[in-house]
Design a binder for this molecule. Structure first.
Ligand SMILES: Cc1cc2nc3c(=O)[nH]c(=O)nc-3n(C[C@H](O)[C@H](O)[C@H](O)COP(=O)(O)OP(=O)(O)OC[C@H]3O[C@@H](n4cnc5c(N)ncnc54)[C@H](O)[C@@H]3O)c2cc1C
Length: 337
């Protein structure tokens, strides 16, 4: 049983881990007037976080193909919070396309998801002129958005400080050293406390070209992975992402071939693009691949964001805040131990 006095009132709130989970927690608590300190072992570039490597798609409709309804519920609420707190977030939708050989998988994707309109070849060309004549049809999910992780994380950190919170980088800290409420958002590093966590490797490549322009993430139906290309501005594109049950780092030749082959299939002009970066991150996942808020007295752990960190982090922060401020419990997401 937690002690209410530990959670309410003036207790300081310490958050460990400034990835997307911890950053949203810190922002909502700071905006609610709590004394917040966010500790991060990485420097401000956040290269030690999984969040640094993410695509940043806010795509609850497309993700419904492979995920449980809980992700949709948290995702839709998060879209509202992104819109409200970061009104500049691009909500240009997502486009899904397929080559004729993957037609059956395309139809399956259409059946398993909602929130899309079907486009014919001219519709695809109107939406993305660079893709004119490349695809017979497509699915357009108009309500989806995307953020650029390497821009939005520093923005979140700045907003936390503007709301009165403190962000301490280069600070590897343990919950035992902290008083008050501690929110553990350490991602995969929290395995010492949550041994069920595993890492699911995601590989990505950044390329650069002025030959192709895209206004939104484009997903290519692929028999093994949901591959996509995301415009990052200044002629840069992120290609992602594999999903491999392994915890090594780096990018394999096989994955590089698959990712580069996919982007070449989206548009052959990508063949002339310059490769800027190869990288990979380990998605923190519980066995059910669903996020979880675990409450143990004055310690709260937010983890298991798997492949949906950017999509669900705002809603998870709202749930944690509602619990601390009002004792409200979301039975689907929270476990009190
Ligand atoms: C290639 C790839 C593509 C992805 N694309 C998407 C996408 O398009 N959309 C989406 O929603 N999600 C996507 N994801 C998933 C998303 O990246 C993760 O769900 C999310 O980053 C997990 O965030 P987190 O804050 O829980 O963990 P992390 O980002 O890993 O943050 C944990 C932080 O805790 C810090 N830390 C650990 N221990 C300590 C300590 N003792 N003291 C201080 N700090 C500590 C770490 O340095 C780290 O910065 C993708 C992931 C990958 C790998």
């Amino acid at each position: 049983m937690y002690q209410k006095s530990d959670l309410r009132g003036d207790s300081p709130v310490s958050i460990i881990g400034a990835g997307i989970a911890g950053a949203w927690q810190a922002l909502l608590f700071a905006q609610a007037g709590r004394a917040v300190t966010l500790y991060e072992r990485s420097d401000a570039d956040m290269t030690l976080s999984t969040s640094h490597w993410a695509g940043g798609m806010l795509a609850p409709y497309c993700e419904a193909e492979t995920s449980e309804p809980m992700i949709g519920r948290l995702g839709f609420r998060s879209l509202d919070l992104w819109r409200e707190l970061f009104p500049d977030t691009p909500f240009n939708g997502s486009l899904v396309v397929a080559h004729p050989r993957d037609r059956a998988d395309f139809e399956r994707f259409a059946k398993l998801t909602t929130g899309h309109v079907r486009l014919d070849a001219s519709g695809v060309g109107q939406l993305e002129p660079s893709l004119d004549g490349r695809f017979r049809d497509g699915l357009f999910y108009a309500e989806e958005g995307h953020v650029e992780p390497r821009k939005v994380l520093p923005e979140l950190h700045a907003r936390i400080e503007a709301a009165g919170g403190t962000v301490k980088f280069d600070c590897d800290i343990s919950a035992e050293d902290l008083d008050g409420i501690v929110i553990d958002c350490r991602g995969l590093s929290a395995r010492d406390e949550q041994p069920e966590l595993r890492g699911v490797k995601g590989e990505m490549i950044i390329i650069e070209t002025s030959e192709v322009e895209l206004s939104r993430p484009v997903r290519l139906i692929h028999p093994r992975w949901p591959l996509y290309v995301i415009p990052r501005g200044d002629g840069k594109f992120m290609l992602g992402a594999t999903s491999i049950e392994a915890e090594d780092t780096g990018v394999s030749v096989r994955s590089a071939l698959e990712l580069l082959g996919a982007v070449y299939a989206v548009h052959p002009a990508f063949a002339e693009a310059r490769i800027v970066e190869f990288g990979s991150g380990l998605r923190p996942a519980f066995p059910d691949n669903l996020p979880r808020i675990t409450v143990r007295k004055n310690k709260i752990a937010v983890n298991g964001l798997y492949r949906h960190g950017f999509l669900v982090a705002p809603a998870l922060a709202e749930l944690t805040l509602a619990y601390v401020q009002r004792g409200q419990i979301d039975n689907e997401v929270m476990r009190c131990v």
